[in-house]
Design a protein around this ligand. Sequence first.
Ligand code: GLU
Length: 597
Amino acid sequence: MRHLHTDLRRVIATAAACLTVAVAAQVSVPEPAPQPPPEPSSGRTEKPLLAFERMAVAAANPIAADVGYAILKVGGHAVDAAIAAQLVLGLVEPQSSGLGGGAFALVYRAKDEHLTSYDGRETAPAAARPDRFLGADGRPMPFREAVLSGKSIGVPGLVPMLEAMHRAHGRLPWASLFVPAIELAENGFAVGPRLHSVLEGERWLKADPAARALFYDSAGEPWPVGHLLKNPAYAATLRAIAKEGAKALTSGPIAEAIVAAARQGANEAERGDLTRADLAAYRPVERPPVCGNYRGYRVCGMGPPSSGGIAVAQMLAYLEPLPMSSHAPVSAEAAHALAEAGRLAFADRNRYLADPAFFPVPMGLLDRAYLAERAKLIDPAKSMQRAEPGMPPGLAAEQTNALADDARQKLTGTTHLSIVDRDGNSVAMTSSIEDLFGARRMAAGFLLNNQLTDFAFSSTESPTSGVPVANRVEPGKRPRSSMAPTMVFDRDGRLQIVTGSPGGSAIIGYVVKNLVAMIDWGLDAQAATELPHFGSRNGPTELERGTAATALRPALEARGHRVVELEFTSGVQTLRRTPAGWQGGADPRREGVVRGE
Ligand code: GLU
């Protein structure tokens, strides 16, 4: 606790430092306001429902949320707060995201109601080939082996993306956004319970000398909760990027450190092939968001190479004809509907979603008539068990028959930030190094991603068939993602909901259920995040272990569902507009919080 208070004092001190910069930049600075009191709990919440009048930050770690809030308080744009909070997350939640990874962000500009999205997804090195993750026997290598190999490491895209966002929207000086994270990295932050527990459960990180020296004591034990952890190498890297911009990471000594860490290994299978030229060639992409409709709302998300936006919009289109508001939130009817909608969406996702620069993803996947026709495949009385991909408009029959599926599913670590500033600008950003602690390799104070394991390991349906998979590895290509930063607008175009979650391909179902919980079931932002998880990714019907959802098993089995129970460590962070401002929901399954005023 003492350390927590020390941290908070520091955050306030760093906010003051930012304030100095802000004044220099002629930004108006508000009087600090006390934290608002929690509104009464709905009785189901493990975390209080918080309400805010003007601005809010929902982040996966309290220190990062505090920093984001401090930036908003001094007049920062939502993009400024997202950058400062992300730089802190890379320090205090290093297992989930950071400078060595990638991200997707939606950015909403209130003054002209403009919504755009940024793609900071990692790219495959120029040397990457479709057989990258095949073993000597021509079969896909074990997943863990691929994660730990340098071949899983893609060109990090986070920092170039943040720079592009800042150029377009930032209000505070770029360098000022680095002050809190530098200060925390140099003077230390208290190791939180989640970082400690994931370190305790971690088997491979210690093999990296820099990671071992940073995260473990001399006896090899992970630092305890409350230990004041300093990361001077991270601080030095931040200083360089603060001064020179993203090019400090894509060229020069930091780029050399990234390349060296990726190429290191005891044998050919362990060594990566990332080059300095790959890093120098990285470009973030600004893309139009993809939007769908649900009960009068417009739901917008991240387009390809993420499958998130399209799959969320499709699932909602399949749910729209169903009487969701007449089903109880935890009921066999609701779980059946979500599972069947998930099956239909995942069948298309597994076949058609990939980097649009390499595969012409058919946008007919969002065609209303196509979706309406496919929605009819849902029988309220009986599970379809397994959905086949559809034939969206704009796709030649030969094209669908010439494609095989990439249906792998995983549940891993990542982070999500939802932010609204005083002017109503907003950011929804999901940021990732893929697996917990990524590829378990550190360079210049941060961990490198293993995002390339999001590619299909087999480039064809089978070693002999030759039928290609859209999401196969190719040089310079971005692996398919499931990240789904999401914004919802009402009929008048007013931003209503900002949400997203980590959780690999389960993200899609988390986001959809969260929206249904608020829109159909009238739950507040916190109660919506607390609901047990259930759904399907076109395999079995999945129920969250240890929750009330497991009681639905007999009723679902009676409808023909094959049911499994799983751990679902979502990390949903939601902001929802109310007549008085915003309410915030932070997932009880992780240590996220919402701050604001
Ligand atoms: N690599 C995953 C994706 O891009 C994210 C991992 C996660 O959410 O845990 O879909």
